[in-house]
Write a protein that binds this ligand. Structure first.
Ligand code: PEP
Ligand code: MG
Length: 760
């Protein structure tokens, strides 16, 4: 049988005319399915629409029984149509009834049809329906026929979004969509933000789908791609602080996509099929978004997200919407709302106006969450469906600590949070007043307060908090935000920038601590059942000495002869530390052989965060210049409670007697060996916990920048010696009369805090 395949351009023109004609809704749909069937030489063309109740309803058909229209429904995932909708993927079959997902619907009379081609009807990555053609005889659908049907499906999606079909698709649409809404998400970065919604990527609405002149559209597309590429290059040339090395790496991946031949070819093909340049971008973008929906690999999703973002930029160029990069009209208190956001995109916004970020997706460990935290921007993720429910300019309140978002808040919610914010701001001002005051207790015990850091962009906080240095620079962040392994030169650049910024303030670089929840997908080996206890951190570094050597080399070169402190993470046995130290010393020798300056002083430290090391402290401490406790890991391993699992992470009090005794073992051993000791886990940044650490003799605490003020205030108000005595006697199991009324260390400390009026 010879098939008439009229070609997509002819079909698009015909469909355009049908859409403009004065017809009733059903008549219009019926005409459209007839046209598609004729054009594609199909015996059947059916159009299914996804309703609000997740059922796919047959809306129009040519070839199947007309009585089935608006009667036949399939659930998502049910039958071939349901499968296409749930997977957002096309399906071409020569013999459809043989497919395991085939669901027979007698009322449609479709049993004699063998060949089947179905495509998802997508709009902005959301599934809206399914378009199907079928033939009686066996027919192999060619790739260009699938393409043509996908292009047609775009037009159907556009048509569905017009008012004409609204009442058919959303039976309950007359509810008040603008009412206040609360979203229970996940807290990504703590704090409170009040402001106005700024939708990241308000959708560029493509209204003109069918090209009048294909050559002209090609030219427009080519020009727009060139403009977009140029604007990426411009971004590289902009050398402000926000444009730090990590940001540049992400832009590198955009640049790579912008020059990707496959991507450009698919855009051009879509124009060849009769679409306008902007419709072509949307057509290819639909594929990307559909792939993103299906993709479970976080790394690939991130890359697809980059590609989606790039397509948006291209659309903006084509529609002369707003600047491709950089956003100028930000409100004073902007709260960015997005489905998802790449770290580079976040860095593009003016930080002085950005109060908060709300995402529909993301995990606490997502790169964007890490960056929001390190920049002190309040952030909440997993706020389901928020993008479709808000508009730029809506009032919004974000509670990053509780993970809650209040969209169009009621006056009482707004007033409560405005008061919270006022108090926080006042506190911040007070902290700033004491910025240069040393952290010394009332009874003269001096405490060193340091920052945990990891990006160049967050080092500026050093000047704001008055911390005396960086106790932990998490070098893995650079690796986590990059799309590929950072090269030696890129690592050197980051470390040098960090050292330059820190100046005379000490900065401790922790060697790569990847694995566990710190995903660096381009380095990942096979999936592990228990990654927190898997091939990670120092184990990985010793197995892959090339990676370790490169990093050490980068640190040595960046130091340019200055003093250098290197911290080794996840040490489980002293020998591992020594093996790592050997690699470092060999690199120093190599550097000298090459005539370059070695650091004037090189200090090597070990993280104590694996319990086994507690029983080898006297061996370890003769080999280390300093040590640092990673309480986040140490406590999770001591209690066998996953730090990232909210269900169990809080079950055991971190300052419970057994945990504090373990930490005190380290304090005592480092005092015996006169090896400086720092705490760089989360404990150091929480007032009651920090008090517990001071009480057992710790005097160096490294924490997130926002904790420095509150901890310093607690120290300044505190008379430590009596608290020390009380806590130590409790740890020794000798509860005296004064402490008998309290059940545990926390209560004991709260009691003391009350007596001394400490701000905890
Ligand atoms: C820790 O484990 O306490 C620590 C500081 O390191 P990280 O949180 O990066 O594992
Ligand atoms: Mg750790």
């Amino acid at each position: 049988m010879t098939l008439k395949f009229g070609g997509p351009r002819v079909l698009l023109q015909q469909l355009r005319e049908t859409m403009a004609a004065t017809l009733g809704s059903q008549e219009r749909l019926d005409t459209i399915v007839d046209l598609i069937a004729q054009n594609m030489g199909a015996d059947v063309c059916s159009f299914y629409v996804l309703r609000d109740d997740a059922a796919l309803e047959l809306f129009a058909t040519y070839g199947l029984k007309r009585e089935a229209v608006h009667m036949t429904t399939l659930r998502l995932g049910e039958g071939l149509v349901g499968l296409i909708a749930s997977e957002a993927q096309s399906l071409a079959l020569v013999d459809a009834p043989q497919h395991p997902a085939f669901a027979y619907r007698p009322e449609t009379g479709e049993d004699p049809y063998r060949s089947f081609l179905g495509v998802p009807v997508l709009r902005a990555g959301q599934i809206m329906g399914v378009l199907v053609v079928q033939n009686l005889e066996r027919r192999v659908f060619r790739e260009e026929e699938t393409e043509a049907l996908l292009t047609t499906a775009m037009l159907m999606a556009e048509m569905l979004s017009t008012h004409e079909f609204e009442s058919l698709i959303k039976p309950g649409a007359d509810v008040d969509l603008r009412r206040p809404r609360t979203f229970e998400g996940a807290g990504f970065a703590e704090g409170v933000a009040l402001g106005q919604v700024l939708l990241h990527d308000p959708r560029v609405v493509v209204t003109n789908f069918v090209a009048d002149d294909v050559d002209e559209e090609k030219e427009r597309l080519e020009k727009a791609i060139a403009t977009m590429r140029m604007s990426i290059d411009d971004m590289f040339d902009r050398g402000d602080m926000q444009m730090s090395s990590e940001h540049r790496e992400i832009l590198e991946s955009y640049r790579m996509f912008a020059h990707d031949r496959g991507w450009v070819r698919r855009l051009m093909e879509a124009v060849d099929n009769g679409l306008t340049a902007e419709a072509a971008v949307e057509r290819v973008q639909n594929d990307t978004r559909a792939r993103m929906l299906r993709q479970t690999d976080i790394y690939i999703r991130d890359r697809l997200h980059d590609l989606d973002d790039l397509a948006n930029r291209l659309l903006r160029v084509l529609t002369s919407d707003v600047a491709v990069f950089g956003r100028k009209d930000m409100p004073e208190n902007a709260v960015l709302v997005a489905r998802n956001l790449g770290p580079a995109e976040l860095l593009e916004y003016d930080r002085t106006r950005l109060r908060g970020v709300v995402l529909e997706e993301g995990a606490t460990t997502a790169h964007v969450a890490i960056i929001a935290r390190s920049l002190g921007i309040v952030a909440v993720g997993q706020a389901d469906h928020i993008v479709s429910m808000c508009e730029t300019g809506d009032d919004i309140v974000v509670d990053g600590s509780a993970g809650q978002v209040f969209l169009r808040p009621t006056p009482d919610v707004e007033a409560t949070y405005a008061e919270k914010l006022r108090l926080r701001t006042k506190q911040q001002e007070n902290y700033a007043l004491r910025r240069d005051k040393p952290a010394v207790t009332k009874d003269g015990i001096e405490v060193t307060l340091l920052h945990n850091s990891g990006l160049v962009a967050d080092l500026t906080a050093l000047d704001e908090t008055g911390a005396t240095g960086v106790g932990l620079f998490r070098t893995e962040l650079q690796f986590m935000v990059a799309s590929k392994l950072p090269r030696l030169a890129e690592q050197v650049e980051l470390y040098k920038e960090a050292m330059d910024y820190a100046g005379s303030r000490p900065i401790v670089f922790r060697l790569l601590d990847i694995g566990g929840d710190k995903v660096v997908p381009y380095l990942r080996a096979t999936a592990e059942e228990n990654p927190a206890m898997g091939w990670r951190s120092l184990r990985l570094a010793l197995d892959r000495p090339g990676l370790l050597r490169t990093q050490v080399r980068a640190l040595l070169v960046a130091a340019e002869g200055r003093a250098l402190k290197i911290l080794v993470p996840m040490v489980t046995e002293t020998d591992e530390f020594r093996a790592c130290a050997n690699v470092i010393h060999r690199e120093v020798e190599r550097l000298e052989r090459m005539g370059q300056r070695a650091p004037e002083k090189l200090e090597l430290g070990a993280m104590i965060e694996v319990p086994s090391l507690l029983f080898e402290l006297d061996d370890l401490l003769v080999h280390t210049d300093f040590v640092s406790i990673g309480s986040n890991d140490l406590i999770q391993f001591l209690t066998a409670a996953d730090r990232a699992n909210t269900r169990v992470a809080g079950t055991y009090d971190a300052i419970g007697v057994p945990r504090l005794r373990a930490i005190k073992m380290i304090v005592d051993a480092s005092a015996r060996h006169k090896v400086p000791l720092t705490m760089c886990g989360e404990l150091a940044g929480r007032p009651v916990e920090a008090l517990a650490l001071l009480a057992i003799g710790m005097t160096k605490l490294s924490m997130g920048p926002s904790s420095v003020g509150p901890i310093k205030d607690m120290i300044l108000a505190c008379e430590l010696k009596p608290i020390r005595a009380a806590v130590c006697s409790m740890l020794e199991g000798a509860a005296d009369g004064s402490t008998s009324k309290v059940a545990n260390v926390r209560e004991l400390l709260q009691d003391w805090a009350e007596r001394q009026n400490l701000p905890v």
